[in-house]
Design a protein around this ligand. Structure first.
Ligand code: F6P
Length: 327
């Protein structure tokens, strides 16, 4: 690879962790080293930049991490970085290390932070989308999403075994604070009978009529509920189902943070590696304030200001597929 004019960059992981972040860090570091760029990692997101908690990232430091969940740089949501004072402290660290560029791996909150930093500091900044929720514009898949939905499908397969043995209905709650994309894909992939998503209003009423119409024809039932759904979560949904359909034997399973951990899937590792590689190439070519996504297998560059949560944009066909196949 040709040598770059930028000499030194910083990198953080920020916001909720997601499997594949390590693969992305590794790709950034190794692409930089191949072009004679030094890399400094800061711990715990923007907090590490404020407090100058750093590590020189050599090739050895990123050996044997591609398969590991979590992030070797640790992560945090930093209230201090939301203040001017915090941003100025971070700028002091950037100056001290003479950084020309910066890579932020995180979600839309992390990119908002990067934008705020760019208003006060001329450094080149790019981002890689890291969140299990897949709720960002500008990429087909965020880092962590594929692993999370596979974790959910694996868990629901196991729940199905016990549900089938006892003729039970399980309400399974999955993550997705504002978006139902984890619920949608994992519901289709696990053969769930129904799902509740924040993007669909009043779907609880139709769930009840659906349950009443199919409750005697099948032994087990799985209803996937996104945590951000207006129904208020799996426990409330299960209570309401019990009230409306007292003959059903209903159980709840809240999958929680197991969805954020675990070894990234192969697809995840490859996507995260591509994003990390293209992040460095983007810095070298002079790009700034963009998120690097992958759309139709090609790198896509979305300005930070547009790389926001995309809510209410579920493909109608995907919703219909579950309704058709889950019956
Ligand atoms: O944004 C990712 C996510 O996993 C959401 O799905 C979830 O609501 C949230 O983070 C939980 O965050 P934490 O427990 O880390 O505060």
């Amino acid at each position: 690879m040709e040598k770059a004019t930028i000499k030194k960059i910083g990198i953080i992981t920020s916001g909720g962790d997601s499997p594949g972040m390590n693969a992305c860090i590794r790709a950034v570091v190794r692409t930089c080293l191949a072009t004679d760029i030094q890399v400094v990692g800061f711990y715990r997101g923007y907090d590490g930049l404020i407090d100058d908690q750093h590590v020189e990232l050599t090739t050895d430091k990123v050996s044997n991490i591609i398969h590991r969940g979590g992030t070797i740089l640790k992560t945090a949501r930093s209230p201090r970085f939301m203040t001017k004072e915090g941003i100025y402290m971070a700028i002091n660290t950037i100056k001290k290390h003479q950084l020309d560029g910066f890579v932020v791996i995180g979600g839309d909150g992390s990119f908002k932070g990067a934008l705020a930093l760019s208003e006060l500091c001329p450094i080149q900044l790019v981002g890689c989308p890291g969140t299990i929720d897949n709720d960002l514009v500008g990429t087909d898949f965020t880092i962590g999403y594929d692993t999370a939905i596979n974790t959910v499908v694996d868990a629901v397969d196991k729940i199905r075994d016990t549900a089938e043995s006892h003729d039970r209905l399980f309400v399974v709650e999955v993550m997705g604070r504002d978006a139902g994309l984890i619920a949608l894909r994992s519901a289709i992939g696990s053969g769930a009978e129904a799902m509740l998503l924040p993007e669909r209003k009043d779907d609880f009423e139709s769930l009840i009529s659906k349950i009443k119409s199919w409750r005697n024809s099948k032994s087990s039932r799985i209803v996937i509920v996104a945590e951000g759904d207006e129904s208020g979560g799996a426990i409330k949904v299960a209570d309401a189902i019990k009230k409306e359909c007292p003959s059903l034997d209903v159980r709840v399973s809240i999958l929680g943070h197991i969805q954020r951990g675990g070894n990234p899937t192969c697809m995840e590792r490859v996507n995260a590696s591509l994003m990390g590689y293209h992040a460095v190439k983007a810095l070298i070519s002079g790009k700034s304030k963009v998120m690097i996504g992958i759309i139709n297998k090609q790198p896509a560059f979305t300005p930070f200001k547009d790389a926001v949560k995309h809510i209410n944009e579920l493909y109608p066909e995907m919703l219909e597929i579950l309704d058709v196949l889950g019956n």
